[in-house]
Ligand binder design. Structure first.
Ligand SMILES: *Cc1c(COP(=O)(O)O)cnc(C)c1O
Length: 353
């Protein structure tokens, strides 16, 4: 696909690595293209980063037609920039699009525009330890009318943001609250799609947990409120005795690429991994009788995030004395090693720009 490039007249100054944080600073350009049910995808362009001009009746504002992705470009020691399993993000975006009745983007086109955009902005990939260039592709329904129907117009955008090290102060286990009131998703709903609406509905529980000093909530299934699903923006894994348990992809859980990568690495190293139902009762038993050895969340932002404390119905349980466990640390070292090119990528997961 032909991409029309309009360069910014003046480039911004690159920020100091220590001030990056997450998603507050954006690069000089953004990628955009439009879709119409008759024309298909058209007007692929890279333009200076700027505010969007959107009709007030646009579908996205009223009916929540929006999906997104999140992946990172990593600066290797040799100066080259690489992506981690980008094809997985593209496939997941198309699955999300299918669920939300938004248009899919042929894989080769989606990959081509993503890599061309990163190539243009690659100087923004920071090199300090743990930093990266976060890429946020997103798509929204953009019909200029209030009728409720599958959209006839959509817009796809990719923006990029240099982000700081998630663990600037070292890997500290997080405190998580098991949410027993609100639910995030149900089977048949949009839980497996990466859509903004899932987040909008999650904020209330997140706020309540935050007020009590918890970093995120652990969701239970939406029907019986009995089975563990996932944490805020991370999938979750538990080591019970020698078995590593992670909730199976039932339709209400986001199929994380970090989750998938953790499972592959763990199996490779000879661990027993079970994707199955895990009830909050079974987890509670394992917490009480000491068979729960480690627990961690996994997602692109943090890679893995050890869980040091779980709270359920007011009772607090410490995990592994509130420090990172051996398996969690191994996963962190392996995945970050591959992502930043510090260790050999025997899986073929990385893609050099
Ligand atoms: C993005 C996301 C994840 C993690 O997915 P990764 O591909 O590993 O980054 C997990 N849960 C939810 C709800 C998410 O939105």
């Amino acid at each position: 696909m032909e991409i029309k490039i309009t360069k910014a007249t003046a480039l911004k100054e690159k920020p100091d690595s220590s001030t990056l944080g997450f998603g507050k600073i954006f690069t000089d350009h953004m990628f955009m293209m439009d879709w119409n049910s008759e024309k298909g995808w058209y007007n692929a362009r890279i333009v200076p980063f700027e505010n969007l001009s959107i009709h007030p009746a646009s579908t996205v504002f009223h009916y929540g037609s929006e999906i997104f992705e999140g992946l990172k470009a990593y600066r290797r020691k040799d100066g080259k920039v690489q992506l981690f399993r980008p094809i997985e993000n593209i496939r997941r975006m198309n699955n999300s699009a299918e669920r939300l009745c938004l248009p899919q983007i042929p894989e080769d086109i989606a990959m081509d525009v993503l890599t061309k955009f990163v190539e243009l902005e690659q100087d923004w990939t920071p090199s300090a330890e743990g930093t990266s260039l976060y890429l946020r592709p997103f798509m929204f329904g953009n019909d200029e009318s209030l009728g409720v129907h599958a959209v006839h117009n959509a817009t796809y955008v990719i923006i990029a943001s240099p982000v700081g090290s998630y663990y600037a102060e070292g890997i500290n286990p997080v405190k998580i609250m098991i949410e027993d009131e609100d639910v995030r998703a149900v089977r048949g709903g949009t839980g497996y799609a990466k859509c903004g609406g899932n987040y909008a509905a999650s904020n209330r529980a997140g706020e309540r947990a935050a007020k009590q000093g918890y970093a995120q909530v652990l969701w239970l299934d939406g029907v019986e409120r009995k089975y563990i699903e996932e944490v805020g923006a991370m999938n979750v894994m538990f080591m019970i005795n020698d078995e590593i348990v992670t909730p199976m992809l039932s339709g209400s859980i986001l199929p994380g690429i970090t989750r998938k990568s953790c499972i592959e690495v763990l199996k490779d190293k000879g661990f027993k991994v079970s994707e199955r139902l895990l009830s909050v009762d079974e987890l509670g038993e394992a917490l009480k009788n000491g068979t729960l050895k480690e627990a961690w969340g996994c997602g692109t932002a943090a890679v893995v995030s050890p869980i040091g404390e779980l709270c359920y119905k007011g009772t607090k349980y410490a995990i592994n004395n509130g420090v990172i466990g051996e398996v969690t640390q191994m996963l962190y070292d392996t995945l970050t090693g591959i992502q930043w090119g510090k260790i050999a990528d025997t899986y073929g997961w990385t893609m050099e720009i």
